[in-house]
Design a binder for this molecule. Structure first.
Ligand SMILES: [Zn+2]
Length: 173
């Protein structure tokens, strides 16, 4: 019997790697009425925070609101700069503000909403990569999952932990 090299390679490859899959679960709602009272209230604050946006360049007004473990609700919006890209997203603005004001207090939930001009976006505005990293840092500091509520005119998405947004996170320090 002669040795089948190709068959052997196929066999070897099969043995040395494993195909894996990551599944992200999240909830989708068609209206804020379906959220808990506290989450609906937080989303309302995020929508009102869009009015605090300074976005003369993009005209994309993003508002974010956090609910802290001590019951406090804080909100902020994206702030743009003439010296692009020196501005900051709404999510990082509100998180840095909240963690400076209440260091050691966990952020329980973060709601995000955005308007193009005066109109709420039809679909949810998801945080950028840099904000997701800072959200993960804030969640670690708080020591418990931070709920993310992404509001929009047509649907609302609720993600139960920042880990779901960044499953392959940097955590080897
Ligand atoms: Zn961002």
């Amino acid at each position: 019997m002669c040795f089948n090299y190709h068959k052997f390679i196929k066999f070897a490859v099969k043995q040395f790697y494993m195909k894996k899959k990551i599944v992200i679960e999240y909830q989708e709602f068609s209206s804020a009425d379906q959220l808990s009272k506290a989450d609906a209230e937080l989303l309302k604050e995020a929508v009102s925070a869009t009015e605090l946006s300074y976005s003369p360049f993009s005209k994309f007004r993003v508002g974010a609101a956090v609910r802290m473990a001590n019951g406090q609700i804080l909100k902020a919006a994206n702030q743009e700069s003439e010296a692009f890209p020196s501005g900051l997203c709404a999510e990082r603005s509100v998180l840095f503000y909240a963690l400076s004001k209440y260091p050691g207090v966990a952020v329980e939930a973060l709601a995000i909403a955005a308007k193009k001009g005066r109109k709420l976006t039809a679909t949810p505005t998801r945080p950028c990569g840099a904000c997701i990293q800072v959200m993960l840092d804030a969640q670690k500091r708080g020591g418990k999952p931070m709920k993310i509520i992404l509001g929009a005119a047509e649907k609302i998405e609720v993600i139960s932990s920042v880990n779901d947004l960044i499953p392959f996170s940097f955590d080897n320090l």
